[in-house]
Design a protein around this ligand. Structure first.
Ligand code: NAD
Length: 442
C-alpha cells in the first residue's frame, strides 16, 4: 500500500496545504542504496564534561570526515556528543552548548548521537545527569524533523572499540527508521572485525524463520546482501514462496512448522556445520478483544510467537548449533508488547514475553555459549499485515511517530543485520525499536 500522503506532501500544492493546516510533513528518508551508501557531510564530535570513552579513533573509522571544532558554513550529517563523563547537572549545560549552535546547520537525515554511561546506583548526581540524557535525546528525536534521528548510546567503561559496529550502523542510512533509542554497549574481550566491511556476514550462515514473505523475506535478502548464506524457513503451506526466496538468494529452503515439538532438533539436523545467526521472525496475529477471544486464538499466538521461540532457542543452544563467539540470536518483539493494543492481549503478551526472554537469557547465553541475544521491536511497518488495517487506524499508525511515516521491511532487516554482525558482540540483551520513534509506548 503506497504512502500517497507522503508523496502529496512532496508536491508544491501538497507542501502548501499541509503547512497551512499544520499537518505532518514527513520527509522521504535516505535509506541505504548502492548509489548512496553513506551519509553525506562531515561529523562533528563535541565533548561535554570529561570523556571516559575517547571515541575519536572509532568515529574516524566510520568513514565520515570528523571535525572537532565547528566550522563556519559546514552542514553536519552527524553530531556526536560525548557525555560519557557527565556526572552532574553542570555537565549537562555542556551538552546544550555543544548542540544548540549546530541545530540549524544539519543536513536532512542527520544523525544526532549522545554517548553516555550507565546511571550509577552508588552516585545519585551521576545517575541524575545520565538519566537526564535519555529525556534529552527522546525530545531531540521528536523535534529534529526532516528525517533526522537521535539516539543515546550508553557505553560501559572501555567499550568505545566494541561500539564500532553500532556507530557504523547509527551513522549510516541503514538506521533511517530507528530513532529515540537507548542502546547499551559492553566491552568485549575479542572483537571479531569482519575482513570486508561491506560484507560483514561473509562465510556466516543465517537462519530466518517466516522468510517466505514480509519482514522475514527482507531479513533474508539483507543478510544475503551482507554475505551470509541464508536458510529460509517457513511452514509447508508456504513452500513455493519460501523456495523462490531461497533460490533467488542462493540459499536453502527449510519447510517446517516452528511450533513442532522437535523443530529445534530438525533445524540442528539440517545445519550439521553449525549456525551463526538465528532470526526468530515468524509471527502471527489472531486479534479479538479478550471478552471475545476463544482459547484457540490465545494458544495459537502464544505458541508461534513465544513458546516456539523459547523451545527452539533452548534446543539449538543445548545442541551447540550456534557458533561460540559469532553466534547471534535476534528475536522479533513489537511495540504492541511495550504499549499494549486493543484486541491484542494475546499478541502483546507474546511480544512482551520475547522482551523478558531476551533480557534474562542474554547474560547467560554470552557466558555459557558465547552467543548474544537481542530483540527488535518493530512499529508500523508497511507489509501485507498493515495494508489490511482499516484506513483511519492505518493512517494513525503511520503518522504517530517522529518521522511521520511507516517503516519498510528493510528497516527492520538492517537493524537485525547490525545485531547479527560478528563485530556486535558488545551488544547483548538489548531491545531496539524500529518504529520511527512511535508515540505508542514511548
Ligand atoms: P507476515 O504475516 O507477512 O509473515 C510471517 C511469516 O511467518 C509468514 O511467511 C508465515 O507463513 C510465517 N509463519 C507463521 N507461522 C509460522 C510457523 N508456525 N512456523 C514457521 N513459519 C511461520 O508477517 P510480517 O508482517 O512480515 O511480520 C514478521 C514479524 O514481525 C512477526 O513476528 C510480527 O509479529 C512482527 N511485527 C510486524 C509488524 C508489522 O508492522 N508488520 C510490527 C511489529 C512486529
Amino acid at each position: 500500500m503506497p504512502d500517497r500522503y507522503l508523496r502529496f506532501t512532496q508536491s508544491g500544492p501538497g507542501r502548501f496545504v499541509t503547512r497551512r493546516l499544520g499537518l505532518p510533513q514527513p520527509a522521504p528518508l535516505h535509506r541505504w542504496s548502492a548509489e548512496r551508501p553513506v551519509l553525506e557531510g562531515p561529523l562533528l564530535l563535541v565533548t561535554a564534561g570529561k570523556s571516559t570513552a575517547d571515541p575519536a579513533a572509532v568515529l574516524a573509522r566510520t568513514g565520515l570526515p570528523v571535525h572537532t571544532t565547528r566550522e563556519d558554513g559546514a552542514r553536519y550529517a552527524a553530531v556526536v556528543v560525548d557525555a560519557t563523563g557527565a556526572g552532574d547537572v553542570a555537565a549537562l549545560r555542556e551538552v546544550h552548548e555543544g548542540l544548540h549552535p549546530v541545530m540549524r546547520s544539519l543536513t536532512d537525515d542527520a544523525r544526532l548521537i549522545v554517548l553516555g554511561s550507565a546511571p550509577d546506583p552508588a552516585d545519585h548526581h551521576q545517575a541524575a545527569a545520565q538519566q537526564a540524557l535519555e529525556g534529552f535525546v527522546r525530545s531531540l528525536g521528536k523535534e529534529a524533523g526532516r528525517g533526522r534521528t537521535a539516539q543515546l548510546l550508553r557505553l560501559a567503561p572501555d567499550a568505545a572499540e566494541a561500539a564500532e559496529s553500532t556507530l557504523r550502523f547509527l551513522l549510516s542510512p541503514r538506521s533511517a527508521y530507528v530513532s529515540g533509542q537507548v542502546i547499551g554497549v559492553e566491552a568485549t574481550e575479542t572483537i571479531t572485525a569482519p575482513e570486508d566491511r561491506d560484507r560483514p556476514l561473509a562465510g556466516r550462515t543465517a537462519l530466518v524463520t517466516g522468510a517466505a514473505r514480509g519482514i522475514g523475506e527482507a531479513v533474508a535478502e539483507t543478510l544475503a546482501r551482507y554475505g551470509a548464506r541464508v536458510v529460509c524457513l517457513d511452514v509447508p503451506q508456504a513452500e513455493a514462496d519460501v523456495r523462490a526466496v531461497a533460490e533467488r538468494l542462493g540459499g536453502q529452503a527449510l519447510t517446517l512448522d516452528i511450533t513442532a515439538a522437535d523443530a529445534g532438533e530438525r533445524i540442528a539436523a539440517a545445519l550439521p556445520d553449525g549456525l551463526d545467526v538465528l532470526v526468530h521472525n515468524a509471527g502471527i496475529t489472531r486479534d479479538r478483544r479478550l471478552a471475545n477471544m476463544a482459547a484457540d486464538r490465545w494458544d495459537a499466538v502464544l505458541d508461534v510467537n513465544l513458546a516456539a521461540v523459547l523451545r527452539t532457542t533452548d534446543q539449538l543452544l543445548a545442541a551447540g548449533t550456534l557458533r561460540r563467539g559469532t553466534g547471534r540470536i535476534v528475536a522479533t518483539a513489537s511495540i504492541a508488547g511495550i504499549a499494549g493494543n486493543t484486541g491484542q492481549t494475546n499478541y502483546a503478551a507474546s511480544k512482551a514475553g520475547i522482551i523478558g526472554l531476551v533480557r534474562s537469557l542474554a547474560p547467560r547465553a554470552a557466558a555459557e555459549h558465547g552467543v548474544t541475544v537481542n530483540a527488535v521491536a518493530p512499529g508500523f511497518i508497511e507489509t501485507k499485515m498493515t495494508a489490511a488495517v482499516p484506513l483511519f487506524i492505518r493512517e494513525a499508525g503511520r503518522r504517530m511517530n517522529s518521522l511521520g511515516q511507516g517503516g519498510l521491511p528493510v528497516d527492520v532487516a538492517e537493524t537485525i543485520a547490525w545485531l547479527a554482525d560478528p563485530a556486535s558482540g558488545g551488544v547483548n540483551g538489548q531491545v531496539v525499536r524500529v518504529c520511527g520513534q512511535s508515540l505508542l509506548g514511548a
